[in-house]
Design a protein around this ligand. Sequence first.
Ligand code: PRP
Length: 216
Amino acid sequence: MNPVTIAVPKGRILKPLAALLARAGIPADVLLADDRALIRVAGPELRFLLLKPDDVPTYVEYGAADLGVCGRDVLDEREAQLYRPIDLGIGVCRMVVAGPVGKDEPRDLPRVATKYPRTAAAHFARKGVQAEIVYCGGSVELAPITGLADLIVDLVETGSTLVKNGLAEREIVSRVSSVLVANRASYKLRRAEIAPLVERLRQVVDASGRTDGGTA
Ligand code: PRP
């Protein structure tokens, strides 16, 4: 039998995720090893794939991973057909519109730089504001400082990146946290292996009072 495969995002979420998994009795030390290996084997029955956050839904949707951990920011931007059994209550941050400190918002057709074009377009459409959306792959905060854009739509956690770059939050687009996602077929066909993992995680998250109950 193949090991259960969990796709996890590289980056700042790994440490709190490993701690959460450990509390649920899921061996996750391998996630913290200083190593370039992209497959981390946690035993004969479990392995992790280390991915760019944006790729987690793809690996889970197509069944290359049974489970995954990804932010609501990524899920909102994509249309992956995935179960979302648990909000893990980690990676808590917010998607915001931000602009240069002390500069008024342009009235007509603001140009908005973002890594999240669908999310940004939907936000401005909801407000009835016509906006030109420009895709940037990272370091989006540079766009308003250099004249590439008037505004940005991006994630804020501590707010220090905005402050360091002379930007301020204008409005909140959505609240973001990390959720467990599951491949639809795996969730049914590998239920005997997956359900106990999900249940243990749910108990740990419930115990810390941070679950939203999930949607599956
Ligand atoms: C994210 C986000 C902001 C920053 C916000 O970028 O895009 O740039 O974190 O965090 P803060 O509010 O705590 O300062 P990330 O570091 O993930 O890298 P990226 O710019 O390459 O997306």
